[in-house]
Design a protein around this ligand. Structure first.
Ligand code: GLN
Length: 496
């Protein structure tokens, strides 16, 4: 039997279109692999086997009627932060362990209408707070390249599922790097769209001014195809953008941008991103990446983003402040998990005490402190001002260049347990990804090479709504590099 495990969505679609395989066959193969390997990986929290086979049969009959679509019949996975009607949605937290949403979010619904097949919901750091997936209430996820290492976070389950060949693509969310950083650490492609490009309706809220859904895929083309499907204005999210296309991006918009040609593209190299904290192997991959885009005809220019060093501090005031407000709704009344013991406030107290993990409590405390009377001006208001400065850094940069190229993560995947006792070291994992969320711009991480036997991600950042440009640059880079994107990760293959 042919091995479908590492096909891209576009390759799988070609096989489906030529009737070489059916969606039911693809789905059966994916489920078989998932059942065999998920024990070693911990990537899935819920497997929706019956639903998957039903959706696969529906996709097959749609295509038997002559219908075509780039994602019709493609098996995929969703981060467990995305509300799925009738399918448990835990957000990696004990406090939502039995929560079954009454509705699906907009991106999920758009994927369903496109005929995708939902294999299940993926593991994640609790409420998307983390960079290693070790903050999940349901255990860690292991990196398919080395099972002793983290896959990154917070969309660690989605990234591991795609890298290990369990799902053709997955959705994650990125508040400070949670799509791009796990993509970098697992050798996959991860795209964080412009804030507002994809509706947040149905995303369990963490930092509402930062959160954005993004695809994790095996190719840049797949990322474009998924973005084409999920992007666009949504009346249910007042922050979603009404762009020139009116409502949704027209079919093929982003995919059509992939011309392979970046001759004359102005690419900025932000000086501040090439700091001391970067591992030598990452620096080496970055130098090679800059050479590659130059060889492809791009013009390289050094750029300064002077407020980069304040990115992490700004993020760790703004994100916890928003999180503490968003998480106030988990009170023991509304979402299933409840410790009913005595008086009302006792219930709230006990439910939150037992339902939230340590990192979530830390963020609630940080956010409450930053917003409290007397400290609001010193922390929250100040952070908002610095946020403007970070955004202006990018505005100035994009006056001069089309895109920026930078590392995604300062290091390759680290060992499980290595950073758990040191929250600050963990927070620094996101030093290169957080600024894009603070500024609301778009950014993509693509595999750039290997260091210490592990993947290194290269990040391409673009101006607001500049997805077509970063996808074009990323696609040209992908075509030009010999890093085999679908090279089977050794860790998981040793147990497969
Ligand atoms: N690692 C960052 C955090 O812990 C970002 C997480 C995210 O993007 N969801 O908040």
């Amino acid at each position: 039997m042919t091995d479908f495990s590492y096909l891209t969505a576009c390759e799988a679609e070609a096989l489906l279109a030529s009737r070489e395989v059916s969606s039911v066959e693809l789905t059966r193969a994916a489920l078989e692999r998932l059942h065999r390997l998920n024990g070693a990986l911990g990537a899935f929290l819920t497997v929706t086997e019956d639903l998957a086979l039903l959706q696969a049969r529906q996709a097959d009959s749609r295509s038997a009627r002559g219908e075509r679509g780039p994602l019709l019949g493609i098996p995929m996975a969703l981060k467990d932060i995305l509300s799925t009607r009738g399918v448990r949605t835990t957000c990696g937290s004990k406090i939502l362990q039995n929560y079954v949403p009454q509705y699906s979010g907009t991106a999920v619904e758009r994927l369903r209408r496109a005929g995708t097949v939902l294999l299940g919901k993926t593991n994640m750091d609790e409420f998307a707070m983390g960079s290693s997936n070790e903050n999940s209430a349901y255990g860690p996820v292991r990196n398919p390249w080395d099972l002793e290492r983290v896959p990154g976070g917070s969309s660690g389950g989605s990234a591991a599922a795609v890298a290990a060949g369990l799902a053709t693509f997955a959705l994650g969310t990125d508040t400070g790097g949670s799509v791009r950083q796990p993509a970098a650490l697992t050798g996959t492609v991860g795209l964080k769209p412009t804030y507002g490009r994809v509706s947040r309706y149905g995303v369990v809220a963490f930092g509402s001014s930062l959160d954005q859904i993004g695809p994790i895929t095996r190719s840049v083309e797949d990322a474009a195809v998924v973005l084409d499907t999920i992007a666009g204005w949504d009346p249910n999210d007042s922050t979603s953008i009404k762009d020139e296309a009116g409502t949704a991006a027209g079919p093929g918009t982003y995919r059509d941008a992939l011309t392979g040609d970046i001759k004359g593209m102005q690419i900025g190299v932000p000086r501040e991103y090439f700091s001391d904290g970067m591992a030598p192997g990452v620096a080496q991959v970055m130098r090679a990446a800059i050479d590659t885009v130059q060889r492809l005809g791009a013009d390289i220019e050094e750029i300064s983003l002077p407020h980069t060093e304040y990115g992490i501090s700004t993020y760790y005031v703004v994100a916890p402040a928003e999180a503490m407000a968003n998480l106030a709704r988990y009170d023991g009344v509304r979402f299933g998990f409840s410790v009913r013991d005595g008086e009302f406030w006792n219930m709230v107290d006990q439910t939150r005490g037992a339902g939230f993990g340590a990192e979530v409590k830390r963020r609630i405390l940080l956010g409450t402190y930053a917003l409290s009377a007397g400290y609001y001006d010193a922390y929250y208001l100040k952070a908002q001002k610095v946020r403007t400065l970070v955004r202006q850094d990018f505005e100035r940069a994009f006056d001069r260049v089309d895109v920026l190229i930078a590392p995604t993560s300062p290091t390759v995947a680290f060992k499980i347990g290595e950073r758990v006792s040191d929250p600050l070291a963990m927070y620094l994992s996101d030093v290169y990804t957080v600024p894009a969320n603070i500024a609301g711009i778009c950014s993509i991480s693509i595999p750039g090479g290997i260091s210490e036997g592990l993947p290194v991600g290269v990040q391409i950042l673009g101006r607001p709504l500049g997805e077509a440009t970063i996808l074009r640059a990323a696609d040209a880079f992908e075509r030009a590099t010999d890093f085999a994107l679908r090279q089977a990760p050794v860790g998981i293959e040793s147990v497969a």
